[in-house]
Design a protein around this ligand. Sequence first.
Ligand code: FAD
Length: 308
Amino acid sequence: PQLEEARRALEAPLFADVGGDMEVSFEFFPPKTEKMDAQLWDAIRTLEPLGPRFVSVTYGAGGSTRERTHATVARIQRETSLAAAAHLTCVEATREEIDQVAEDYWAAGVRHIVALRGDPPTLGAKFASHPGGYANAADLVAGLAKRHPFEISVAAYPECHPESVDTVGDIDNLKRKLDAGATRAITQFFFSPEAFFRFRDAVAAAGITAEIVPGILPVSNVAQTRKFAGLCGAAIPDWMDRLFEGLDDHPAARQLVAATIAAEMCRRLYAGGVKSFHFYTLNRAELAFAICHMLGVRAKPQAVVAAA
Ligand code: FAD
């Protein structure tokens, strides 16, 4: 029977089982310079025809990108066919200030907020909420939901948030955010589909029915990824180091390896029933575009994009 199974596996063409019946979303960060702005818009225009259900723009630590995030989100909303989502954090701001940011988004036609607590501006410092501010992400979700019927997404951690005591506490916190008015969770990046599946099971066992969308980070620079992975509760497996060994001077090969790893991970997640993927693009379209292509996510006819 084992031989039979192996033969069947070999006969199935690679990626034949992914049918394009999935939804994707893309995350960008607000550009700092004109050159970065051009790169971002190149990425947006490349990915737009794939018809993502939304694209989101991050909010810098301590609200450092407040204006730039707003400008980017508002421009996407105004000038493209895409639904833009704005990340928003509680750090270093009063409730009134954050509420005003949310009001400005609503006025600009933005209907989707990714609500986060955020991290302290000093690396490694302990988080302390602003005396007049929102205490955490659940508190922020409640505040936003009171103001307008925003669609609200929140963060989830398949390998546990670094400050949480255990998975149970982490999932309790996720439940509080969803109960406060969020509709979906987007996960921190991870490189173990098994960790995601274990987390999904634990979330379901806790009675949570909201969708948990895996956050996919296509890694082409493992050293850089390692720098911030530790801070956000994501493990970099040894095999990933081995795959990138000796490729420092081969950027094109690194891109191919990156696409292969991420596509294979998405394929496994898909085989386990996952139908939505959120890509951390780092403002570069090619990797996400190639992975989506392999997964069967193709450009939608122009008319469909325009009507969406
Ligand atoms: P929370 O959900 O508030 O949780 C933070 C920690 O506190 C957890 O350990 C939780 O278990 C614990 N906790 C919360 N409430 C309680 C309670 N009542 N009792 C006990 N424990 C509690 N950061 C940015 O600065 N800008 C961004 O744009 C950004 N985008 C992100 C997007 C995604 C998809 C993800 C996954 C993360 C993003 N982050 C961003 C990072 C995020 O801000 C950090 O991970 C931050 O440390 C936690 O944010 P949170 O919203 O998960 O916090």
